[in-house]
Design a binder for this molecule. Structure first.
Ligand SMILES: [Zn+2]
Length: 198
């Protein structure tokens, strides 16, 4: 066997082992969920180590702003940059929930969703003495898409904006002293632009 054949055999051997491993990982037993394959561990950018374990620090900076927005991973970087850079709010308390303010526009059909969100808002406003609430909805929201059966005749971007106004009115009814601003994140291709909804 020449060197090339050995190399190919070795290469194909590695490939078949990898395929076998992948097949074992991908094919769950009947009735079991597909396992999540962990990615390679990354080097942690922690500044301190204790007993060879990275150490992280609590941030005790008080937060006077609550920011409510959707959990969609496609928008998280944009949401954070918008709040910190464009609005200039470096430190805030985020509430991430599928659909953002959607629950406020669905109180008749899905009261449990609003109850859950409302409990969270009340808790942070009272416990952290929140003075300002920022609410953000966005276009192409999978939660809104999934729930559109409840409001089939209303255009989704319009519904997103209407729900922001409903949320603002509802919160102000109980917390008149809190300043509220709401924004709609519009999408053009892969670009996101935030518009204030008044
Ligand atoms: Zn969304």
């Amino acid at each position: 066997m020449n060197g090339r054949n050995i190399a190919e055999q070795s290469k194909s051997g590695r490939a078949s082992q990898a395929e076998e491993k992948a097949a074992r990982v991908v094919a769950p037993r009947r009735g079991e969920p597909t396992p999540i394959v962990a990615s390679e561990p990354q080097e942690v950018q922690a500044t301190e180590y204790r007993h060879n374990k990275p150490v992280y620090r609590l941030d005790n900076t008080p937060s006077e702003t609550l920011v409510i927005h959707c959990s969609s991973p496609r928008f998280q970087k944009a949401f954070r940059l918008f709040v910190t850079e464009e609005l200039g709010i470096e430190h805030y308390t985020p509430i991430m929930i599928g659909g953002g303010a959607h629950a406020f526009g669905m109180s008749m059909f899905l009261p449990k969703n609003l109850k859950f969100l409302w409990e969270q808002i009340k808790f942070f406003v009272k416990e952290q003495k929140v003075k300002q609430i920022i609410i953000i909805n966005h276009r192409d929201c999978q939660w809104y898409e999934k729930m559109k059966g409840y409001h089939p005749t209303v255009d989704l971007p319009l519904k997103g904006r209407v729900d922001l106004r409903t949320a603002t009115k509802s919160i102000l009814t109980d917390f008149a002293g809190v300043h509220i601003r709401s924004f709609y994140a519009d999408v053009h291709g892969d670009e996101i632009v935030f518009e204030e909804v008044v």
